[in-house]
Design a protein around this ligand. Structure first.
Ligand code: FAD
Length: 399
C-alpha cells in the first residue's frame, strides 16, 4: 500500500478550503470558533447608487457559554442553568442546516436543544472566504458566518451543546439520544449531521487547507482564475470537478494513483478531449509543497518509485465525502453511499424524525441549500408536533 493509499484509507475529516487568493486574503482565525466576535456592519456609504446608506447597528456577539458537558470523557455533569435534557425538538448537528433549523424552531417556541457535535459549525468552520452566501457582498469568513448563525439561534432560546451523539433509540416517543453518557429525550428530532470531505491524510495537506488546498470546486474554483491546479482522484467526482474547474484555471492536472478510473467512460473521454486537462496516472502525492500557500506537489510514480515535483497554485482533493450517519444507520434508510434517504421533502420513515442538509444531499452540497433544508425541516417538525397535539396549533405564524 502506498503512502497515499494509507492516507486515503484514514484521512477523513470536516472540510477546509481555499485558494491562492483566499490564502493571501484570509483574516486571522479566532482560537475558538465561537469566541467573542464583533462585526461592524455600519459602513457609512452604501454600495450602490449615490445615496448615503444609514449606518446599521454594531452586532456584539458575547462569548459563547461553555459546553454543558466536560470537553473530554468523564462523567457528564450539567450546570444547573444548562441542565435541559428534554425538549419538544432535538437537532443533531450545528452546521448551516442544524443552526437554521434551530433559529426557526426557537422562534416557534419549541425551545430546541442542538447537540452540535465536536465540529461545531460544521464544514465551513475551517474555510476562509465564503463569497457565495447571500447577504455578504464582500464575502465573509466561514467561522464568522457560523458564529452569526449560532448567535441568532441562541438569541431565541436554543441550547447548543458541542457534543457528538453516539447512539439513538428511535423505536418510540419520546425519542432517546445519548451523547457522552448523557441521555436526551425529544418528541421530534432533526438529523443535520452533514458529511465530511475525505482527505489524503498528509500533514502538508492539512497545513495548507485554506491556503490552496480545497475539497470543493463549486465553492473555491473561482479563486483560481488563470491558475494551474491539480485535482486528485479517479471517480466521477474528480472528473466532474476537473471539468468544472476548466472555467477558471488555465491548466488542470488530474492526478490518479491507478491507470484505470472508477468514473464513467463519458466523463473520462470528455476530460481526455479537453485541452485544459492533462491526466496523470499511476502517481501518488507524497507531499503538498509550499509554506504560506500551495506552490506544488511532490509526486511519486507508483510503478518506478521515481519522485518528481509539479508546480501548482492549488490542489483540489476529490476522493469523496463520508456522510455522518453512524448513529442513525440502524434506524433510518440510507442509500448505497450511506446518505440518509428522505421522503416527501424532509421526512423519514419514522414519523417525527426529519433530515436536513448534506447528510442526505450529495447533489448540491452548499451552505445556502443546507440552510434552506434546515428551515424546511423545522417547519415540518413544528407542523408535525402540532398535528400530534404536542404543541398548540398557532393562528399566528411563528416564522
Ligand atoms: C472545503 C470546503 C469549502 C466549502 N466552501 C463553501 C462555500 O464557500 N460556500 C458554500 O455555500 N458551501 C461551501 N462548502 C459546503 C458547505 O460547507 C456544506 O454544504 C455545508 O456546511 C453543509 O451544511 P450541513 O449543516 O448540512 O453540514 P455540516 O456543515 O457538515 O455540519 C454537520 C454538523 O453535524 C455535526 N455532527 C456530525 N456528526 C454528529 C454526531 N454524531 N452528533 C452530533 N453532531 C454531529 C458536526 O459537528 C457539524 O456541526 C464547502 C465545503 C468544503 C468541504
Amino acid at each position: 500500500m502506498s503512502k497515499q493509499d494509507a492516507g486515503n484509507a484514514n484521512g477523513t475529516g470536516a472540510g477546509a478550503t481555499s485558494g491562492a487568493r483566499k490564502g493571501a486574503a484570509s483574516k486571522p482565525k479566532t482560537d475558538s470558533p465561537f469566541g467573542g466576535l464583533t462585526i461592524d456592519f455600519g459602513r457609512g456609504g452604501g454600495a450602490g447608487g449615490g445615496g448615503v446608506a444609514p449606518a446599521l447597528p454594531t452586532i456584539q456577539i458575547a462569548e459563547a457559554p461553555p459546553s454543558a458537558v466536560p470537553a473530554t470523557g468523564g462523567p457528564a455533569t450539567q450546570p444547573a442553568e444548562q441542565g435541559r435534557t428534554e425538549s419538544k425538538l432535538i437537532i443533531v448537528g450545528s452546521g448551516p442546516a442544524g443552526l437554521t433549523a434551530a433559529i426557526y424552531a426557537a422562534r416557534a417556541n419549541l425551545e430546541p436543544i442542538v447537540l452540535g457535535g465536536t465540529t461545531p459549525g460544521g464544514q465551513l468552520m475551517l474555510t476562509s472566504d465564503v463569497e457565495n452566501y447571500p447577504g455578504f457582498p464582500e464575502g465573509i469568513q466561514g467561522p464568522e458566518l457560523l458564529a452569526l448563525f449560532r448567535a441568532q439561534a441562541e438569541r431565541f432560546g436554543t441550547l447548543v451543546l458541542d457534543v457528538d451523539v453516539d447512539a439513538v433509540d428511535l423505536s418510540g416517543r419520546p425519542f432517546r439520544l445519548w451523547a457522552r453518557g448523557v441521555e436526551y429525550k425529544a418528541e421530534s428530532v432533526i438529523v443535520a449531521t452533514g458529511a465530511s470531505a475525505m482527505w489524503l491524510g498528509l500533514e502538508s495537506e492539512t497545513r495548507l487547507r485554506g491556503r490552496g488546498v480545497s475539497a470543493c470546486a463549486t465553492c473555491d474554483g473561482f479563486f483560481f482564475r488563470d491558475r494551474e491546479i491539480g485535482v486528485v482522484g479517479g471517480g466521477d467526482t474528480a472528473f466532474e470537478e476537473a471539468t468544472y474547474l476548466t472555467r477558471f484555471a488555465s491548466k488542470i492536472h488530474l492526478l490518479h494513483r491507478r491507470d484505470t478510473f472508477r468514473a464513467s467512460k463519458i466523463m473520462v473521454d470528455r476530460a481526455k478531449d479537453h485541452p485544459k486537462i492533462d491526466i496523470h496516472t499511476n502517481v501518488v502525492i507524497d507531499k503538498v509543497l509550499g509554506d504560506e500557500k500551495v506552490s506544488g506537489v511532490r509526486l511519486r510514480d507508483t510503478e518506478t518509485g521515481e519522485q518528481s515535483e509539479m508546480p501548482l497554485d492549488g490542489l483540489f482533493i476529490a476522493i469523496g465525502h463520508r456522510p455522518n450517519t453512524d448513529a442513525f444507520r440502524d434506524w433510518l434508510d440510507v442509500d448505497e453511499k450511506g446518505y440518509l434517504i428522505v421522503r416527501d421533502k424532509t421526512n423519514t420513515k419514522i414519523e417525527g424524525v426529519f433530515v436536513a442538509g448534506d447528510v442526505h444531499d450529495h447533489r448540491y452540497r452548499q451552505a445556502v441549500t443546507a440552510a434552506g433544508d434546515g428551515c424546511m425541516a423545522a417547519i415540518d417538525a413544528e407542523r408535525w408536533l402540532e398535528s400530534q397535539g404536542i404543541t398548540e396549533a398557532t393562528t399566528l405564524t411563528a416564522w
